[in-house]
Design a protein around this ligand. Structure first.
Ligand code: GUN
Length: 294
């Protein structure tokens, strides 16, 4: 039986239209237009694309946005000075420093310089800690988007065994903590697996919901899955493809065709989780603006 395709676009569009309404209401009620400040250091093409999309999304939803582009040799002090300026700027409610940063800049120091109330990436230790103990906080965008995809596609994780493959601070750890909470749209039993164990196939086979954030192209195949499971593929891997005009194409961590034969639902790559991140960033910016203006 063919699996349900969990498309990111309709869910992302729905969230963006809710945010658009929320923005208009905040302007009406409080005279506050949510504002996002983005810092990009260097000229990595993928990062430039992301940063441009963030600016466009803000304009589309009625938000204010500022983007500061810095050369790759900019000092850490210059980045920290811009963060400090936005921490004190009432027009800016969300601050995002695009990662990765050049090696000479300490990412953790930059993250910790952001006012936690403006940390729309949810990377500051204050927000990480609040998430773990179930307090209201700004949550990392991609994991928050995964939860929305699951719930809004009718695949509520409550009471399910979720296996997360990957332990990054951006995806693996936060999604595990989000779905573990005793809360609506969560309440799952969560296992975190990673490459530190040689063979994790027995863990993958136990997953009612598998969240793959491994960074290895098409490494999880249908034969490894529990029949009827739900697969969330967070991987975006560029592989060479001479038949494509660009010479490459993007694939997930999961081999889609074989997994779709076994799973009950699966997110495509591209077109799945990737589309959620900016929608959740917009939602976080609105949330930060609401909190800062009450
Ligand atoms: N680089 C890749 N993903 C992210 C993200 O979610 N936030 C930031 N700031 N940089 C990233």
């Amino acid at each position: 039986m063919a699996a349900q395709r969990i498309e990111g676009k309709p869910v992302a569009e729905q969230i963006k239209s809710e945010v658009r309404e929320g923005v208009a209401q905040l302007i009406r009620d409080k005279g506050v237009r949510p504002g996002l400040g983005v810092i990009l250091v260097g000229d990595d093409p993928a990062s430039q694309t992301y940063v441009n999309s963030k600016g466009k999304a803000c304009a589309d939803l009625g938000m204010h946005s500022e983007t500061i582009r810095m050369s790759a040799d900019s000092s850490e002090a210059v980045v920290l000075a811009q963060v400090a300026a936005w921490n004190a700027d009432p027009r800016i409610h969300g601050i995002l420093v695009q990662m990765p940063l050049p090696k000479h800049i300490n990412e953790q120091r930059v993250i910790e310089a952001i006012d936690p109330r403006k940390d729309v990436d949810g990377f500051h230790p204050v927000n990480v800690g609040r998430l773990v103990i179930g307090m209201e906080c700004l949550r990392p965008c991609t994991p928050a988007g995964i939860q929305e995809l699951l719930v809004r596609s009718g695949n509520d994780p409550a009471g399910k065994h979720v296996v997360v493959i990957g332990r990054s601070n951006i995806v693996g750890k936060p999604i595990a903590n989000i779905l573990l909470q005793k809360a609506k749209g969560a309440n799952a039993v969560v296992t975190i697996a990673h490459t530190g164990m040689k063979d994790i196939s027995h863990l993958i086979r136990q997953a009612d919901i598998l969240i793959a954030a491994v960074g290895r192209p098409e490494s999880i195949t249908g034969a490894m899955l529990k029949p009827g499971c739900v697969v969330i593929d967070v991987g975006i891997n560029r592989i060479t493809d001479p038949s494509s005009p660009r010479g490459y194409r993007n694939v997930g961590d999961v081999h889609f065709a074989s997994a779709a034969e076994v799973a009950s639902a699966i997110t495509p790559v591209p077109g799945g989780v990737g589309l959620m991140t900016i929608a959740m960033l917009m939602q976080n910016t609105l949330q930060a603006a609401r909190r800062l203006s009450c």
